[in-house]
Design a protein around this ligand. Structure first.
Ligand code: 13P
Ligand code: ZN
Length: 265
């Protein structure tokens, strides 16, 4: 069966194999078309409903595939129906389950963050579809040794490798440590998304990335995490040379990149 379940579970397996989603670490939500939903289930038949106290009105009528809370990415490929759910936002405060969570489970505890981020990213980019939250080792490690400052982190990640500014010209935002799983961290994360970031680091926790396609968001995570890995490899050593502000600007000119201002200028 070649449908969206295959595409999503393949990406979840790859994320797990990178060691970025230990145990139940990480979660994903992906906007589906009605046609995509029809390849899996009846889009008009509700199994169960869930109520939330944050405002989902911008997303009414949209379908999502969402990882379940407490579920392991490593198990999604072999058992999608227990580990994933397909949902429809049916009103400002209600979501209907159309398929999945077959063992009585429910969507990720980070559902408020996901839906708040979808709302803000859709306002900026009508083609936006995907939020992936994961726990990449080097990004988390970096938040123990760097100031929790978006400008600082972006500059370091851009200067670690040539690809960085090309792949995330808008930079990467960082939030201080917060309790996860509720509305508060969702509001703070979505606010960064509204400022034009597609990627937000949660200190000592992980990374959330957004975009149009599974490949784009997976690639964003890979590139950010690789830059963090390089940073940690050189951290504490004597740096003889690195990518300069001028070289980054030359790159931006050569690739016609509209990078976030106020970081290298
Ligand atoms: P869930 O199992 O509820 O998705 O939580 C995992 C996680 O990464 C929390 O931030
Ligand atoms: Zn997490």
């Amino acid at each position: 069966m070649n449908n969206v379940i295959n595409e999503v579970t393949e990406i979840l397996s790859l994320l797990y194999k990178h060691n970025w989603d230990e145990r139940n670490g990480g979660n994903l939500s992906y906007i589906l078309t009605e046609e995509e939903v029809k390849t899996v289930c009846d889009p008009f038949k509700t199994i169960r409903s869930f109520e939330y106290d944050f405002d989902m009105s911008y997303l009414i009528g949209k379908y999502f595939i969402v990882t379940g809370t407490g579920k392991y990415f490593k198990n999604c490929l072999k058992d999608p129906e227990n580990n994933l759910g397909i949902l429809k936002v049916s009103s400002a405060h209600k979501v209907d389950l159309l398929w999945g969570y077959a063992d009585g489970g429910k969507m990720t505890s980070e559902f408020p963050t996901h839906l708040m981020c979808h709302t803000e990213r859709l306002k900026l980019d009508p083609g936006h579809r995907l939020v992936i939250h994961c726990h990449p080792t080097n990004i988390i490690a970096m938040t123990h040794v760097c100031p929790l400052d978006s400008r600082f982190i972006t500059e370091k990640l851009w200067k670690m490798q040539t690809e960085s500014i090309v792949v995330f010209p808008e930079g990467v935002a960082i939030l201080p440590w917060m309790v996860c799983g509720g509305n508060e961290i969702g509001v703070a994360t979505a606010q960064k998304m509204a400022e034009g970031y597609r990627s937000v680091i949660w200190a000592h926790h992980g990374l959330s990335c957004t975009g149009k396609t599974l490949d784009e968001v997976y690639g964003l995570i890979e590139t950010i995490e690789k830059a963090a890995e390089i940073y940690l490899k050189v951290f504490g050593k004597e740096i003889i040379q690195s990518i300069t502000d001028k070289q980054l600007k030359d790159l931006a000119t050569a690739f016609n990149i509209d990078y976030r201002k106020g970081i290298i200028d």
